[in-house]
Design a protein around this ligand. Structure first.
Ligand code: AVW
Length: 256
């Protein structure tokens, strides 16, 4: 009896976890389409099916980035040139800012990024289920199910970057341009100087950071860029951004 109860409880839990991920993904997809008047050509049910095919039945540490190619191709969105905003170690403040006004668009403000932001998922070899708990941690393996998704989605977002592009980096950490970050290791490497005109770094600083646009890691960033791209860096106090977040009516260009 104990074995049967455990089996019932266990299988029910697993069923619910995948089921609620599906509900979350489909409802986020529908919300985004309604709120952004995005083309109704996107079929949320189809997006779920294509998403699932990337990892279901696979070892959660053996999902390479290209497993998500079909998903990326299904959900492809036109980039909004001159508004694209990349970020590294500034996730919270960046999204508080972009949520309130339309000056910038991050990956998480696109349909794909919006749907997946903050979620955890994985499959299991020999199983057709989807799991949201018991998945490996981000740094446990190279071909990590969730990490591969963000690497693939970030690569596509960066390849599409066009016009005047911005990046918000963190001036309160030792290396604002960290080589191991997605921004440094994936996105910057995929910037296409034929589509892009410039990169502006907004370095978010706090009073006692001592970090400025002269930071050596930002010199490394500059070296990585195609010389055809115009590079600039502006140091912006965190309090100035917060002020702008609390006054959403301030025009984009008047924030700093
Ligand atoms: P980040 P990136 N466990 O702030 O430059 C779970 O370092 O890398 O900025 N999730 C993790 C972990 C972890 N240990 N480490 C990183 N992440 C995820 C996409 C998590 O969601 C946009 F286009 C964290 O918030 C940006 O321009 C996120 O990776 C660029 O990639 C970023 O970590 C930011 O990537």
């Amino acid at each position: 009896i104990l074995a049967i109860s455990l089996w019932v409880a266990f299988s029910h839990k697993q069923y619910n976890s995948g089921d609620s991920l599906k509900e979350t993904i489909i409802s986020r997809c529908q919300t985004f389409i309604q709120n952004n008047r995005t083309s109704s050509a996107y079929d949320c049910q189809k997006i779920w099916t294509v998403f699932e095919q990337a990892f279901v039945g696979k070892d959660p540490c053996n999902v390479p980035t290209d497993a998500y190619d079909s998903l990326i191709n299904t959900i492809i969105q036109d980039p909004i040139c001159n508004k694209m905003l990349f970020w590294s170690k500034t996730k919270h403040i960046v999204h508080e800012f972009t949520e309130k006004r339309n000056c910038f668009q991050t990956l998480e403000d696109t349909l794909l990024g919006y749907i997946m932001d903050g979620l955890t998922w994985c499959g299991k070899e020999g199983s057709n289920e989807t799991f949201t708990t018991g998945c490996p941690s981000w740094n446990d393996c190279v071909n990590h199910t969730v990490k591969s998704f963000w690497n693939r989605a970030s690569a596509a977002f960066a390849e599409a970057a066009c016009g005047d592009v911005s990046a918000m980096l963190n001036g309160s950490i030792a290396t604002p341009f960290t080589p191991t970050s997605i921004f440094a290791s994936i996105e910057v490497k995929r910037f296409n100087a034929d589509k892009m005109r410039s990169l502006t770094v907004f370095l978010v600083t706090q009073e006692n950071d001592g970090k400025s646009c002269d930071d050596p890691s930002l010199k490394n960033l500059q070296k990585e860029l195609d010389p055809k791209l115009k590079y600039s860096c502006v140091s912006v106090a965190k309090s100035t951004i917060q002020e702008c977040i609390s006054h959403p009516d301030t025009a984009c260009g008047a924030c700093w």
